[in-house]
Design a protein around this ligand. Structure first.
Ligand code: NAP
Length: 315
């Protein structure tokens, strides 16, 4: 079978933008989505800061629109998870659970996954009271008290979202200052259902069958306490999904894929876009920009392989 011109791994804004650009450049890209369609945006309730949507837009709706747009131009989108890659020689090999592919160029847009706290009860009660997705699980906590862990944009925005269902939302943050956009902080602080528990860490998630409380520790006084709750939402940042590429591509000390100004990784013909290579601003708008750039550079790379002069570069 002929290798694909372009295989894109991921399905968030970077991957889908690369698919739109790749399809319009006649590269007939194959997109292998991974298990969470739409990436992190697909699990976001409202997106308020992406240009072009003055009233905001649902995260999943935005991801679906990008997917439709990519398909309209001929991108093939397959729901599968990539299990292994071989980037040592071209054509590159991409093995998903349900299929094997060869590719002349690859764009990696695998994003990031929620960081874990690593405390007792976190794994044990995952899916039984411990969640990293308010959009998916918030509904189950109608009229109940929930705890949100973290003090960044995600924690505070999701805390506000959870007030649609929960009777009380306690945001437990390890410092006394939030790491959020000012507007997000102001909205949360004016919400009567939200209570901030600062300078505090969660040391254990307790339960019996399901979650029934958390153990807390004030980091300044060392004082311990407990708080009854049925739901714990953990939003303490993210780690890049680059495990699959370790030893094959250059990664930085935090695990982000190293790219140059063309989105090229340490291997010619393999590009990375979006959060998996982003070290400064993890936004939809930045992911879209790097996805577009990666696809345009993949087009140029394929043109070079075929010995074709690229019109823009040679103009
Ligand atoms: P983040 O900005 O990295 O914040 C992570 C939060 O978790 C921080 O408050 C951090 O505390 C805390 N934390 C980290 N490790 C912890 C641990 N082991 N125990 C307790 N707390 C811990 O992550 P994020 O909120 O997911 O945001 C990621 C990026 O996406 C950011 O650039 C953000 O601006 C962006 N984002 C933007 C929007 C938007 O609407 N504009 C929405 C969501 C996300 P410290 O503050 O003490 O470090």
């Amino acid at each position: 079978m002929e290798p694909h011109n372009l295989v894109i791994i991921g399905s968030g804004p970077a991957a889908l933008t690369a698919a739109i650009y790749g399809a319009r450049a006649n590269l007939s890209p194959l997109v292998i989505t991974g298990k969470d369609l739409g990436g992190a945006v697909g699990q976001t309730d409202r997106v308020e800061n992406y240009p072009g949507f003055p009233e905001g837009i649902g995260g999943f709706e935005l991801a679906q629109s990008m997917q439709k747009q990519a398909e309209r131009f001929g991108a093939e989108i397959t729901m599968d998870e990539v299990a292994e890659v071989d980037l040592a020689t071209s054509p590159f090999k991409v093995g998903a659970h349900g299929s094997e592919h060869e590719a002349r160029s690859v764009i990696i847009a695998t994003g990031r996954s929620p960081r874990r706290l690593g405390i007792p009860g976190e794994s044990e009660f995952a899916g039984r009271g411990v969640s990293t997705c308010a959009t998916c699980d918030g509904y189950f906590y109608r009229d109940q008290r929930v705890v949100v862990v973290g003090g960044g944009d995600t924690a505070v925005k999701e805390a506000v979202f959870l007030t649609k269902f929960a009777s009380e939302v306690h945001v437990v943050h390890r410092r006394d200052r939030l790491r959020t956009e000012r507007i997000v902080e102001d909205i949360a602080k004016s919400n009567e259902k939200i209570h901030f528990v600062c300078d505090t860490t969660v040391t254990e998630i307790m339960g019996d069958g399901g979650v029934n409380g958390v153990r807390l520790k004030n980091v300044k006084t060392g004082e311990g306490s407990t708080l009854e709750t049925q739901g714990v939402f953990i939003f303490v940042g993210n780690v890049p999904n680059s495990e699959l590429f370790k030893g094959q591509l250059e990664l930085d000390e935090a695990g982000y894929i190293v790219t140059d100004e063309r989105q090229m990784t340490s291997v010619e013909g393999v590009f990375a876009a979006g959060d998996v290579q982003e070290r400064v601003a993890w936004q939809i708008s930045t992911a879209v920009g790097s996805g577009a750039r990666a696809a345009m550079q993949a087009e140029e790379y394929i043109a070079e392989l075929e010995g074709r002069a690229h019109p823009e570069r040679d103009a």
